[in-house]
Structure formats: C-alpha cells, structure tokens
Design a protein around this ligand. Structure first.
Ligand SMILES: NC(=O)C1=CN([C@@H]2O[C@H](COP(=O)(O)OP(=O)(O)OC[C@H]3O[C@@H](n4cnc5c(N)ncnc54)[C@H](O)[C@@H]3O)[C@@H](O)[C@H]2O)[C@@H](O)CC1
Ligand SMILES: [K+]
Length: 480
C-alpha cells in the first residue's frame, strides 16, 4: 500500500470511532504532539524554537510538542493566539502539560528564533488568517507545521488567504489532499505521516511501487514475445508521426512483446524511415483499423492524430474491438462537443489520459465544482465509465468505483512536448502484458516521473525511454 490520503472528514470519523471504542481523546492528542516534537527534533536537531499555538486541537498538539521538545533539551518559547485560560477541552489539558511561560502571539513577531513550530490551525480552517497569524505566516524563515501549514484548507489544498510555507509538515494516520495536490503540496515541504493509533478508511492512496510492484509484468523462463502482448499505436498523418512513434517505443521499452504503428498510406514512408524494432502496418480507413487491431491486446489512439472525422471514426471502431484502449489528446478532443458519444462506448478497462484542458473539454467544470482534483477525477471516471488519468504535477488516476491514486513522483522538467505520448506508451505497454488498467496507469505515471527525475534539467521526451532499463532493473531487484 502507498500512504493513504484521508479527507479531514474521514479523519474526524476515524477519530470518533476510536473514541467510541473507549480511547481517551487526550491520549490521541498526546501521541500527536509527541510525534510532532520527535519529527522536528530528528530532522532539525539544532536551533531555538518558537511554538505558535492556536485556539483548538492544533494548538493542543503544539503545547504537547513544546513540553516534549523541552525534555529533549531544546530551547523553546511558546506563543498563543488566545489567553491560555480561554482554552477548553483537550487543548486546555495540553496547555497544562507545558511548564514554561506562554506569551501573546504578537510577541512572536519580534522574538529571536531559528525554527517555528506552526500549531495555529489544522486543515479544517473555517476562515482566512488575518491580523497577527497572517503577519507570522508571511514573514518567512524555517517552519515546521502540524497537520497542514496554517492557512491551507486540508481538503481543497488551497490557501484561504495568507498561509505558512513549511519546510516540513507532520500529519497523522495518513496524508490529507493538501499534502499531495497543488498548490498546497508545494507549501508543505517534506511530509511525514505518523501513526497515532487512528486507522482511517479511504479509497485514495499516494502512488508508490508498493501498490503495483507485486503486479509488475516479468517474463518467465518460458516467456516469448507473443506471450508479452501486442500493442498497436495509431499514427497521425505524414507531418505528425513522431508522437505515435514515441508512444510505441515507450511501450516496447516497458516490455510489450510486439509493438506496431498503424499508419495511413501517406505516412507509411516517413514511419518506415524511423522504425526498427517497432513494426509498421498500413490502414487507410476505420474498417482497415478494425481488421488491424484484431490481434492486439491494447491500442493507443490520439497522439497527434488530428481533430478530424477519421480520428473519431477510428476511436469508434477501436471501442468496438476486443483490445483495451488508451485514449489521449486528439482522440479526446474530437468528442468535446458530444462527450456522451464517447462515454457510452468506453469500457471499464479503457483509460483516458487528458491534461487539464482536455479534461475540461470532456468533463466541463468538475474541477471547479468538486472539492478537489481527486474528487473531480473520480466523478469523471464514473461519468466516462473507465479509468481516467488527469495529468499534472499532481497526477490523479481514478477508477469508476472510486479508487484513486495520486502521483507526485515527478519533476517540472517533464512539462515538455511529447512527454504525454511517452506516458501513454508506458501505460499501454504495461497493459499489453496483462496488467490491470488502474495499476498499469499508476506504474506508468511513476516510471514517467522517475525517468524525468533521472534526466532532470535539459530533458526532452526522447530521453525518457532510455532510462527505463535501469529503473525496471532496480524495481525487479536485478543487478546491472
Ligand atoms: N480531534 C482530535 O482528537 C485530534 C486532533 N488533532 C489536532 O487537532 C487539530 C484539529 O483541531 P480543531 O478541530 O480544534 O481545529 P483547529 O486547531 O484548526 O482550531 C479551530 C479553531 O480555530 C478557529 N479558527 C478557524 N479559523 C480561524 C482564523 N482564521 N482565525 C482565528 N480563529 C480561527 C475556529 O473557530 C476553531 O475554534 C488537527 O489539526 C490536529 O492537529 C490531533 O491532536 C489528533 C487528535
Ligand atoms: K498548522
């Protein structure tokens, strides 16, 4: 399993279940505060600390953390937004654990320090920061936040107004959407999720080899190419063939046994001039394509295909065949005025790989009306009736049944021409070898991110597939 992604509401329900089963809520707060102190102390072992406490549970964690940090011989000063006598419940009990003085929050603005422990507000913030909290949020310096950097909504991953920018964030039981989705994720620094004995139920996880590693295709001793699946990629016209070839080579690299580019007559010679291990086959109509894909397990359509009636006809025949479909780019855009025509044909094992613009064209304003990108992609998958992978720095992959995987294993250097074609090729190549669609999409996104991270600055899409042998060898634990 990857790290679970829990909404603030799911976390509250999980806490309630633990309390109902007899655990004292103050014990849970104590575990949270101690975990926060130990996280800070392990990662930032030097320097004086300002602990900023808010009026609720987040502030309660801060008081417990302050007491533990003092026991670890750290120099700690505590500042509170309200007079400690005004605290109630567990926060009041937590404040009683702190033996030192408590100064008003505004005093923190001028007090010297090396580190800030931000325990002002959790991810369930009800209104934007103002006054002293807002001034503290925007002054800079090294910050470690409890739950989320104060000022960020844990569910939407958006700042409500001014917010802290943390070097590290400690959260509990699992991640919140704000730790993986932008813009919040970029404001959290390194994120640690501590186990405080509150198991939460969720269908969303952070992408990790732990999810799909056991399902990674690997040829056995009796393996031969026909057992490793046949992937076909529909080429664009003569002047736009590169996208299909990049997807095809990516599919071959991740292990599809056979890969064929299916090309119209006009593009045959340019494709033939550039292909070696990838095969080439001519198809000049949708009927030709229907015949060509009969021996394929997976077909990619869309990369540089053209927004034309023939692209739409190709998608329609593709969705009548037995092969699973990976639809990207123009294969999506050709349905932008009649998305229902696409949705009614899609099967649960097909996958759409839109970027945000393509997503909006097919699914309207889900990104504005849903709480966050995870919810929007889930709704889209349910509407389309297949797996949907919505690209970005925070790629979300969702299935119609609500399962979702968020991939943050990536680099901004991947934002370059052709990068999406390679991603489609990775996913399709894994599917061709028999992987189920959701894990194949998750593994494809992770491989794509890892390849991008290994190339780094100066990356062009042609570089990505060359990284695959080293990455796959490492994933399979094979020495090279
Ligand atoms: N519920 C529990 O038992 C646990 C809670 N934990 C901690 O408790 C936190 C949640 O506690 P709360 O629900 O009390 O939430 P907060 O600690 O975020 O406090 C909410 C309070 O702040 C006020 N507030 C919200 N926005 C404000 C603003 N802009 N300016 C001034 N005041 C504002 C609200 O009116 C409310 O009184 C979590 O983030 C976590 O750190 C952990 O201790 C684990 C256990
Ligand atoms: K906080």
């Amino acid at each position: 399993m990857g790290r679970p992604i829990i909404t603030p509401a799911e976390m509250t329900a999980a806490e309630q279940a633990v309390f109902d089963a007899g655990t004292d809520s103050f014990d849970i707060m104590t575990r949270a505060g101690i975990a926060a102190a130990e996280f800070l102390h392990a990662r930032w072992p030097e320097g004086t600390i300002q602990v900023l406490c808010g009026p609720g549970g987040n502030g309660g964690d801060g008081f417990i953390a302050a007491a533990r940090l003092a026991k670890l011989w750290r120099t700690v000063e505590v500042f509170c937004l309200v007079d400690p006598s005004a605290l109630t419940g567990d926060a009041a009990k937590a404040a009683a654990q702190w033996q030192g003085g408590v100064r008003p929050l505004e005093a923190a603005l001028s007090a010297p320090h090396d580190l800030v422990l931000d325990a002002l507000f959790g991810g369930g913030l009800s209104r934007p920061l103002d006054g002293v909290p807002a001034a503290l949020a925007t002054r800079g310096g090294r910050v470690i936040s409890i739950d989320v950097p104060s000022g960020i909504d844990g569910l939407t991953a958006k700042p409500l107004g001014a917010c802290f920018r943390a070097d590290g964030t400690i959260t509990f039981s699992g991640l919140r959407p704000a730790h993986v989705l932008q813009p919040g994720a970029a404001l959290c620094g390194v994120v640690f999720a501590a186990d405080i004995g509150v198991p939460a139920q969720t269908q969303a996880v952070e992408n990790s080899p732990l999810i799909w590693g056991p399902a990674m295709p690997r040829p056995g001793p009796e393996g031969y190419k026909h057992k490793r699946g046949h992937l076909k990629v529909v080429s664009g016209p003569a002047a736009s063939t590169g996208a299909a070839r990049m997807a095809a080579r990516a599919g071959l690299r991740v292990g599809a046994g056979l890969v064929t580019v299916v090309s119209g007559h006009g593009a045959m010679s340019v494709n033939a001039g550039h292909l070696t291990a990838v095969m080439l086959e001519e198809a000049n109509s949708a009927d030709d394509l229907a015949a060509a894909i009969q021996n394929a397990q997976v077909v990619i359509a869309g990369p540089a295909a053209g927004i034309t009636p023939s692209t739409r006809a190709n998608v329609e025949v593709l969705l009548k065949g037995a092969a699973r479909a990976v639809l990207d780019a123009d294969a999506l855009t050709v349905f932008d005025s009649h998305p229902a025509e696409l949705f009614k044909r899609l099967r649960p094992d097909d996958v759409l790989t839109p970027h945000v613009g393509e997503f909006r064209r097919l699914f309207g304003d889900l990104l504005d009306t849903e709480a966050n990108k995870i919810e929007a992609t889930r709704k889209a998958a349910a509407k389309a009736g297949c797996v949907v992978l919505l690209k970005g720095a925070d790629t979300v992959i969702a299935a119609p049944d609500g399962q979702a995987v968020v991939n943050t294993h990536a680099t901004p250097w991947l934002a370059t021409a052709g990068s999406g074609d390679v991603l489609a090729g990775f996913i399709a190549g894994l599917m061709a070898q028999g992987m189920a669609t959701l894990p194949a999409a998750a593994m494809g996104a992770w491989l794509h991110g890892e390849a991008g991270l290994r190339v780094g600055a100066g990356l062009i899409s042609e570089d990505l597939e060359a990284q695959v042998p080293n990455i796959l060898s490492a994933l399979h634990g094979e020495r090279r």
